[in-house]
Write a protein that binds this ligand. Structure first.
Ligand SMILES: NC(=O)c1ccc[n+]([C@@H]2O[C@H](COP(=O)([O-])OP(=O)(O)OC[C@H]3O[C@@H](n4cnc5c(N)ncnc54)[C@H](O)[C@@H]3O)[C@@H](O)[C@H]2O)c1
Length: 375
């Protein structure tokens, strides 16, 4: 007997769901890996019908099972009306831009509309960041979290670094040795250029490292966040190489900080820090994440590569640094499989806490600049 079909709806026909040459993200590929011939792609919700048609055609031409009957809807309501509430939906992957998500009112109420239109959905995978609006009661990010909770479905968010094998190794060792985390330190050097469009490098990019920080440090005390930045108009912020014409394409007030250094206290007493640098030329990300405990320190590097490495120093055992290589690690696959199994690596509540921390980091930096101007 063949297994029951696993039915999936994609929201967004873009890169996160269907891949790009620029990075490893491609949820549809991982879902296909897991479900093979039992996959049933019910359809894609995207106002860009041409793009959705193209993605389905590419899959059908390549002979990928599951897309033969895939439909296209431009809105959640049309999908809901077409499918009715009896048609089972095992998984909805929400890969629309964050400007349409995370809030209680249009145009950013996509989550609430999806929950109303497809109430039978058993699992949701929502992309990061969970919103693009400043987190406030008025914007209603908490209401969205509450609505997902009330739905009774399993909800995960695409913070895939939480699904790294190296992260699991650190978690296991902390548990086995009964360690208490004293501090977390995250450093990342990627590039992203306009904070009005993308919310800035912390909210949009370093967010992955913020999510890892909270995974180990627990909840952060947001009022404790302090941030210093190097801005584009300061001497150390003059970059020797820019891959595009920033002067004519990004207004001065929207240019991103070149260097952001933030520090905060966790509610449990540990200290967290995050450094983000736009100074690495080329397309690679250089990331480092440290977890510091009494007697044992962990340093995870190359988090975005196919071979993350973990350095462990256990002063109760040896002065030598142990090196663990995780060749071929695919956190996107682990993320999907963990969600399908009912234990998402990052829940919506956790992702919202990450979102709030990244805004607190950005706002603390902006406050600091205003204070400087007044002095
Ligand atoms: N976890 C990761 O590593 C990772 C990587 C890439 C992107 N992302 C996230 O995925 C999200 C999407 O990014 P992308 O690169 O796929 O963007 P994209 O622009 O390639 O695709 C987004 C698609 O969503 C569609 N869309 C717009 N409004 C919509 C709506 N109301 N309903 C349904 N579809 C709508 C667009 O037409 C477009 O086809 C972002 O939040 C981004 O941060 C995460």
């Amino acid at each position: 007997m063949s297994p029951a079909p696993f039915s999936v709806v994609y929201v967004g026909a873009g890169e996160i769901n269907f891949g790009t040459v620029e990075g490893p993200w491609n949820h549809s590929l991982r879902v296909e890996n897991t479900f093979g011939a039992s996959l049933d792609v019910v359809g894609i919700i995207d106002p860009d019908v041409v793009r959705a048609e193209k993605q389905i055609a590419l899959k059908n031409t390549a002979g990928v099972p599951g897309y033969a009957n895939a439909q296209i809807w431009t809105t959640p309501e049309l999908a809901g009306a077409d499918l009715g509430s009896d048609r089972p939906i095992d998984l909805v992957i929400v890969g629309a831009p964050p400007h349409f998500r995370g809030c209680a009112a249009p145009p950013a109420d996509l989550d609430l509309r999806l929950l109303a239109a497809l109430p039978q959905t058993k699992r949701w995978l929502v992309e990061k960041p969970v919103s693009a609006a400043q987190p406030t009661a008025l914007a209603g990010q908490d209401k969205v979290a509450e609505a997902y909770k009330k739905s009774g479905a399993i909800v995960g968010v695409g913070y895939m670094l939480c699904a790294l094998k190296g992260v699991e190794k650190i978690q296991q060792m902390i548990k086995e040795k009964g360690l208490t985390v004293m501090g977390t330190a995250a450093r990342t050097k990627p590039a992203w250029w306009n904070k009005q469009i993308s919310c800035g490098p912390i909210v949009e990019q370093a967010t992955h490292l913020a999510s890892l920080s909270l995974l180990f440090g627990g909840a952060a005390r947001l009022p404790s966040v302090r941030t210093q930045t190097v801005e584009h108009f300061e001497a150390p912020g003059k970059l020797s190489k820019l891959g595009f014409d920033e002067d004519s394409t990004v207004p001065a007030e929207s240019r991103i900080p070149r260097y952001t250094s933030a520090i905060w206290k966790y509610k449990g007493g540990a200290v967290g820090s995050l450094t983000h640098v736009v100074g690495l030329h080329g397309n690679t990300y250089d990331t480092e994440f440290e977890v510091i405990c009494d007697g044992t320190t962990f340093r995870l590097v190359d988090c975005y590569t196919p071979c993350p490495r973990l350095f462990i120093r256990q002063s109760d055992k040896s002065a030598e640094v142990e090196v663990h290589n995780f060749a071929g690690d695919d956190p996107f696959q682990t993320q999907i499989d963990a969600l399908v199994a009912g234990s998402p690596k990052c829940t919506f509540e956790e992702a919202l806490a990450t979102y709030q921390l990244t805004w607190a980091i950005r706002e603390a930096g902006e406050r600091e600049r205003l204070l400087e101007q007044e002095q």
